[in-house]
Design a protein around this ligand. Structure first.
Ligand code: AMP
Ligand code: FES
Ligand code: ZN
Ligand code: ZN
Length: 331
């Protein structure tokens, strides 16, 4: 039986690119210290900061929330979780259950935002009315709601669950399309723009998908194994994922090298053109005129819903004692 390279206990994992076997406890520590190093190296979150962790109910967000909640005690920051119920039938019901169980197991406050309850329409209805593919509407809606929540709750950063495999595949796909502006968005963090956008951080940047999956299993975290029914098995991404995994097999550590190099060079890529402005309807970030969320909801529901979303989070912030008062109550 293989033994842990650190303590000699029975091993549960082999880290090929380090040629090390690890037992359960040392495996959990291995993933946590990867995240901690990313946080410290890139100054993702500091002492006293407030972080909004966006959780989907899947394995990556469960690892994200668990590791952040452990590190929050060590580093001294505060975590609140946000789950967006997208109204995608049974999938959304199950992922909400998983997120609620996860947050209560970890003892982290969770805000559940129900799209259908607040807007009167979920992703399927918005996609149909705007004649856009559900995944593209969904991505835009999630980005909007997460940012609106972060602005209203007065947090310092939003934490997302993208892992090293996600970054490597988006990076290659964007490179093949020569979409260099898309690569410029693949860094470990984006900066805040006061009043309109809160910076996003990716604490799992150096964590492989397989590592995040094993972490959530070994830590006994609740998470949903199913994928969203709308997920587009876009051939290109599936093939790139396979290719990256084959290369990793032949050259252990390749994915890690790729994301590490990207993190260093990402600033050199051209940023998307267009000025940074405010949406005339909701006041949040928009590159030209009304933001996509206000535009799509105006078309689908008859009026721009950005202000409604902001108001909903403003009220939640007050009920929870967060928002502007949070800062003073914590300091
Ligand atoms: P995706 O857009 O599905 O690739 O997800 C990227 C990240 O967005 C996840 O790792 C989560 O941090 C966040 N996220 C995805 N779905 C949700 C959701 N329903 N509610 C809140 N955050 C989410
Ligand atoms: Fe957004 Fe599937 S999670 S369309
Ligand atoms: Zn050990
Ligand atoms: Zn808007």
């Amino acid at each position: 039986m293989a033994r842990c390279s650190v303590c000699g206990a029975p091993a549960v994992a082999y880290i090929r690119y380090q040629r090390r076997y690890l037992c359960r406890d040392h495996y959990l520590e291995f993933v946590e210290s990867k995240v901690e190093r990313a946080i410290l190296r890139h100054r993702l979150v500091g002492k006293g900061d407030r972080v909004l962790a966006a959780v989907s109910g899947g394995k990556d967000s469960s690892t994200l929330l668990a590791v952040l909640s452990r590190l929050s005690r060590r580093i001294g920051f505060h975590v609140v979780a946000l789950y967006i119920h997208l109204g995608i039938y049974e999938y959304s019901e199950k992922s909400r259950e998983a997120s609620i169980r996860l947050a209560s197991q970890l003892n982290v406050p969770l805000i559940v935002f129900d799209l259908k309850e607040v807007l009167g329409a979920g992703i399927p209805e918005l996609a149909k009315a705007s004649r856009r593919p559900p995944c593209s509407v969904c991505g835009m809606v999630k980005r909007y709601v997460i940012n609106a929540a972060a602005v209203e709750l007065g947090v310092d950063a939003v934490a997302l669950g993208h892992n090293a495999d996600d970054i490597a595949v988006y990076n290659l796909k964007s490179f093949l399309n020569q979409d260099l502006e898309a690569i410029s968005k693949l860094g470990v963090k984006t900066e805040s723009i006061p009043g309109v956008a809160v910076g996003r951080v990716r604490p799992l940047y150096y964590v492989y998908e397989k590592e995040s999956f094993l972490y959530s299993l070994l830590a006994g975290l609740p998470f949903l194994h199913e994928e969203c029914p709308f997920v587009e098995r876009r051939q290109m991404e599936v093939e790139l994922k396979e290719t990256v995994n084959q290369l990793e097999y032949k050259r252990p550590g390749l994915k890690l090298q790729m994301v590490s190099k990207l993190a260093k060079r990402v600033e050199d890529y051209p940023k998307p053109k267009g000025s940074i402005g405010r949406c005339p309807s909701c006041g949040l970030l928009s590159s030209c005129g009304e933001c996509s969320f206000c535009r799509v909801t105006r078309r689908a529901l008859g009026r721009p819903m950005g202000p409604v979303v902001r108001e909903w989070f403003r009220r939640r912030a007050q009920e929870l004692g967060l928002g502007a008062s949070w800062r003073s109550s914590l300091s």
